[in-house]
Design a protein around this ligand. Structure first.
Ligand SMILES: [Zn+2]
Length: 159
């Protein structure tokens, strides 16, 4: 079967063994760029607001996920928030086992309706609890690159 062979019926499909070179380029989009640029340059978190649905999206969206309205009302949200959930991660994004497991958290920043996913550090897992206050730890301004890794991790607010 060649790549140009056309299958008109799903029952005529067959497995193809081998490898395909796949490359992808991820772009953060309009909202993601403004979010990351502001984080890099000002160390502030931005969200977009839908007045109709009373939602503040962080990370920001350019369309409301609920009513599909175009969103262009940008609002500052806090760099601290509440821990909504967490998990211990043992495998990295490359599929390889991590040398040391990492905590990954869902954090709802103050003023946001949605959560951001990021690393959590500075606390033993036994001390974690839903609703605890956590704050973002950013790279020093001169080291920021305009990437989500400009946030080093979240840590408990009281430490
Ligand atoms: Zn909406």
């Amino acid at each position: 079967m060649s790549l140009r062979e056309r299958v008109n019926q799903p029952k005529d499909t067959r497995p193809w063994y081998g490898e395909l070179p796949v490359e992808s380029l991820y772009t953060v989009g309009i909202a993601g760029e403004k979010f990351l640029r502001t984080l890099k340059e000002k160390g502030q978190f931005l969200g977009t607001k839908c007045d109709r649905c009373r939602q503040v999206y962080v990370p920001p969206k350019i369309y409301c996920e609920r009513c599909l309205a175009k969103l262009d009302d940008w609002v500052k949200v806090g760099s601290c928030g509440t821990l909504e959930s967490w998990t211990m991660v043992h495998v990295g994004l490359d599929g390889q086992k991590l040398k040391k497991p990492e905590l990954v958290a869902l954090v709802k920043l103050d003023g946001a309706s949605t959560c951001i996913v990021h690393k959590l550090a500075g606390i033993p897992v036994e001390e974690l609890h839903i609703g605890m206050r956590v704050c973002a730890v950013l790279k020093p301004k001169t080291k920021r690159e305009g990437a989500i890794t400009d946030i080093l991790h979240f840590k408990p607010a009281d430490r």
